[in-house]
Each structure stands twice: as structure tokens, then as C-alpha cells.
Design a binder for this molecule. Structure first.
Ligand code: NDP
Length: 483
């Protein structure tokens, strides 16, 4: 059975303690490889390697750092079919998504930050005629980067690329559930000749090696994407250590459809936003609010379109819905469907594992795309993040009511609004408390824009200039210009 290795100091290494975890293919329910269960000693080695590499990497000219990152992007692009297949096997996501979104986005992440660092500018302030102040931005040292399982290479590279581009070195900890593409990225970096220790990847369990990374005194910067509870735990440790942290956390995102919208567009994209990646996207439109006048007809069409989604083998190019990431997660999602029924909801389609899966996938962790109506906005199903192919649908009377419901959760990551009324769109964009507001679209991403959540969806922003600032320390230099 294939064993993945850690990437430390430019080498692919076994874990020092010799312990491994099983890596399961969720579409078939069988172990396909083993992943290091790294310990504190592996983490220590990785931090030492990153610390040793920092002085040289941080003073390497931006153009040279850029060339390394562009080369890594090219290599990922050349390896796209192998990487996409690895992502499907690790996560259960369909090939159509891994090959069109996950891996191309990893390429874009490296290209974007490789070129962004060639076009930066820094502020200067003249103080009357007495002084010139300018801002010096320096990399902060070793960055700790922790990412989740839903978009493994996409989100890991979204952190690695800006950290390295700005001259930091890094220790990354991918999710133990989906480590394969991170391990392939290590091989790509080694083949690209990235200097030893600039990037280190340590596999293992979050509460073990992840927590060790968070509390390591030589790691002053932490960028984390994952669940809100884990983010809270990380804050508890990192806060008193005065580390700089960015937390990208969960969401319970409202999707608002007004009667005046282009309803065909709203329908197609609402289905996409509810069920892409089996609903395991932090930005999923998991609460669908439909204006009362069109509620019945829209809901009927929404259910009909959902029923058409092809659930099946992730490796089949025709498949639109693959497996959930693990048996445990499948059970969690199914428990929320049962809870919805207990809370008085009506399951309009889906509701359990599909019955007609291909033979190869019979032991996989699938859940049919599920639409639920009849639940109030305050129900637990409408308050808690399910992170699966489950969407609830609710009618609303007017703007005020829907704003109250949209804002009525602990989360504030993203919202979509479907309307042809531009004035209303602007009004709602201002009133809805989310880090991203999409008007007549969903998941239309520009890597330059600030990305992150409000309330319990996160702290700080990633993307573009925000990421370049996060990974650098501003220092003001004040020069007296007159006596
Ligand atoms: P988790 O919070 O469980 O895990 C995220 C990462 O943190 C994993 O690598 C995990 O390791 C690690 N980890 C777990 N416990 C600790 C700890 N105590 N200290 C340090 N690291 C730890 O999230 P999931 O992987 O389950 O991902 C799903 C969540 O991520 C959802 O809530 C989703 O909304 C959110 N998310 C947010 C995004 C955003 O941009 N806002 C984007 C994508 C997802 P291990 O896997 O070994 O447990």
C-alpha cells in the first residue's frame, strides 16, 4: 500500500515515530494509501528547516521568487489529469469539478501571487516639510498554514502561494482526510528546485500535529481555514501568544430569489450553489429564500432540477455529484436530515443514500441531493452548518423580513441576491452582514478581492492585497527632512 511522506527540508521523509493513518477513498469505502501520523518531533524538524531557510529566501529578489512560483504553477498545470484524479480519489468529488475548478485554481493561485509581488507599491507620507515617512513591508518569518478537506489543493495553495511569494517560509498541515495532492505538490516543489526548507508539509491529525504547529513559539503567523470550533480553539492558543492569525471559517449562506429576477439563471445557479462539491463548500447557498409570489412554482422547478443531478462514480466524467468525504461526515449529514423531520420539515427529494450506485461505489459515502421545506429560520437545521448536499427552502414577504432571516445566524460568510432591481441589490448588499455578496451570480471569484467572513465565519481577509499585507509586517520609517 502506498505510503505518503512528509516534505521537510527539501526531502520526502517518513514520520520519525513510524506511525501512519489510513487514507480512505470515500467513493468506494476502502483504504487506498497511508498517511504519516506525524508527531511533535516531525513538526519541530519542519519548523527548524523553515527557520533555517528564512534568511536566504526572505532576501531572494522578488523576481526570482516569482520564477519559482511560476514554475510550480506550470508543473501543476502539466500534471492536471493526475492531480485531478488524486483529488477525486481522496475527496469523492466528481472529476468534472476537480479538473475544472480545484486544480486550475491551484495553478491560478501560484500565478496570481507570483506576479502580484512584481507590482506592489508601498505608502509614503510627507509630514509637512519636516519629515518623510515610508512603510517598509518585511516577511514575518515561518508561516503555519492549516487547510481543510473540501477543496484540498485549491485552499492549501491559496495560503502557500502568498506566504512564499512575500518571502516567508512555511510549514503547512493539510487535512489528514485528504492529503494526497499536498503530497504530490511536495514532489512538484522538489522537482522545481524550490530551496530546501522554504516549504515544508507535515501530515497528521489536527489535534496532534496541527495543534503543535499552532502553539510553536517560532511560528508567528497562522493562516487557518476550517470549522468555526477549530478556529475558536486556535484563537485560544494563538491569542495569548500574540500571533498574527487569519481564520476562514464556516458559513450558513443565504440565497435570496426575488420575483423580478431572471428566474432561469436564478434556478440554475441556486442548484449549483446548493450542491456543488456535494454541498461541501463554505460558500454553499444552503438556505434558499424565495419571494412569496413565486415560491410554489420556483420550488417545484428547483426540486425537478435537483432530481436531475447525476449522482455516481466520481471518476465517471458524466457524474455531477460524488461521495461525501468520510463515513463520519455522511452520518452527520444524514443526522441533520432526520433532525429536519423532527423539527417539522418536509423532505421534498433525496433524504438518504442513493439506491442505484454503480457496483464499484456500493460501499461509498453518498447522500442524495436533498431539498427540505417547512422549517422556520430559527430551527437548528437553519442555524447550524451541515456542510453537505442539503438545502432548506423558505418563502419571504418583503425585503425587511428576508434581511432579518439572512442575518439571523451566527455566520456571515457570503450571500447571493437574485433581482433585476439594481437599487434593491445595492440596498441589500449594504444591509446583509456577510464578507461576500454576490448579485445575480455565485462563486464568481476575482483573486484580487478581499475574501473572508464576518461574525463566526472568520477573522481577517485573504486574497490580493489583503494576503500580501497579512503575510508581511509593516514598519514605518520616519526621516527628518529639515532642521
Ligand atoms: P476542521 O476545522 O475540522 O479542520 C480544518 C483543518 O484544521 C484540518 O487540517 C484539521 O486537521 C485541522 N485541525 C483540526 N483540529 C485542529 C487543532 N486543534 N489545531 C490545529 N489544527 C486543527 O474543518 P474541516 O476539515 O472539517 O473543514 C470543514 C470546515 O471548513 C467547514 O466548517 C467549512 O465551512 C470550513 N471552510 C471554510 C472556508 C472559508 O474560506 N471560510 C473554506 C472551506 C471550508 P484534521 O483534518 O487532521 O482534523
Amino acid at each position: 500500500m502506498k505510503r505518503l511522506r512528509n516534505y521537510i527540508g527539501g526531502e520526502l521523509l517518513e514520520p520519525l515515530g513510524g506511525d501512519y493513518l489510513d487514507n480512505v477513498d470515500p467513493a468506494v469505502g476502502r483504504i487506498h494509501s497511508r498517511v504519516p501520523r506525524s508527531g511533535d518531533d516531525d513538526l519541530q524538524r519542519a519548523v527548524e528547516a523553515a527557520t533555517a531557510a528564512f534568511p536566504e529566501w526572505s532576501t531572494t529578489p522578488a523576481e526570482e521568487r516569482s520564477r519559482f512560483l511560476l514554475d510550480i504553477a506550470d508543473r501543476i498545470e502539466r500534471e492536471l489529469p493526475a492531480l485531478a484524479q488524486a483529488e477525486c480519489v481522496a475527496t469523492g468529488k466528481p472529476w468534472s469539478l476537480a479538473s475544472s475548478l480545484d486544480i486550475p485554481r491551484a495553478v491560478s493561485n501560484f500565478r496570481f501571487f507570483a506576479t502580484a509581488i512584481l507590482h506592489t507599491q508601498s505608502e509614503s507620507h510627507m509630514t509637512d516639510h519636516r519629515a518623510l515617512n515610508y512603510t517598509l513591508r518585511r516577511p514575518r518569518g515561518v508561516a503555519g498554514l492549516i487547510s481543510p478537506w473540501n477543496l484540498p489543493l485549491y485552499l492549501l495553495s491559496w495560503k502557500i502561494a502568498p506566504a512564499l511569494a512575500t518571502g516567508n517560509t512555511a510549514v503547512a498541515k493539510p487535512s489528514e482526510l485528504t492529503p494526497t495532492t499536498a503530497s504530490l505538490l511536495a514532489e512538484v516543489c522538489r522537482d522545481a528546485g524550490l530551496p530546501a526548507g522554504v516549504l515544508n508539509i507535515v501530515h497528521g491529525l489536527g489535534p496532534e500535529v496541527g495543534a503543535a504547529l499552532v502553539r510553536h513559539p517560532s511560528v508567528p503567523t497562522l493562516s487557518f481555514t476550517g470549522g468555526t470550533e477549530t478556529g475558536r480553539e486556535i484563537s485560544r492558543t494563538a491569542g495569548p501568544m500574540f500571533k498574527k492569525i487569519a481564520l476562514e471559517l464556516g458559513g450558513k449562506n443565504p440565497n435570496l430569489v426575488f420575483a423580478d429576477a431572471d428566474l432561469d439563471e436564478a434556478l440554475a445557479n441556486s442548484v449549483r450553489s446548493a450542491f456543488s462539491n456535494q454541498g461541501q463548500v463554505c460558500l454553499s447557498g444552503s438556505r434558499l429564500f424565495v419571494e412569496q409570489d413565486i415560491y410554489d412554482s420556483f420550488l417545484e422547478r428547483f426540486v425537478a432540477e435537483t432530481r436531475k443531478l447525476r449522482v455516481g462514480d466520481p471518476l465517471d466524467e458524466q457524474t455531477q455529484q460524488g461521495a461525501l468525504v468520510s463515513r463520519e461526515h455522511q452520518e452527520k449529514v444524514l443526522s441533520y436530515i432526520r433532525l429536519a423531520e423532527e423539527e417539522g420539515g418536509r423532505v421534498l427529494c433525496g433524504g438518504g443514500p442513493p439506491e442505484d450506485l454503480p457496483r464499484r461505489c456500493r460501499d461509498g459515502f453518498f447522500v442524495e441531493p436533498t431539498v427540505i421545506s417547512g422549517l422556520g429560520p430559527a430551527s437548528r437545521v437553519n442555524q447550524e452548518e451541515i456542510f453537505g448536499p442539503v438545502v432548506t427552502v423558505m418563502p419571504f414577504r418583503d425585503e425587511n423580513e428576508v434581511v432579518e432571516h439572512a442575518n439571523g445566524t451566527a455566520y456571515g460568510l457570503s450571500a447571493s441576491i437574485w433581482t433585476r432591481d439594481l437599487a434593491r441589490a445595492h440596498r441589500l448588499a449594504e444591509r446583509i452582514d456577510c464578507g461576500t455578496i454576490w448579485i445575480n451570480c455565485w462563486l464568481l471569484r476575482d483573486l484580487r478581492v478581499p475574501f473572508g467572513g464576518m461574525k463566526q465565519s472568520g477573522v481577517g481577509r485573504e486574497g490580493g492585497e489583503e494576503a500580501l499585507r497579512f503575510f508581511t509586517e509593516p514598519k514605518n520609517v520616519c526621516i527628518r527632512t529639515s532642521a
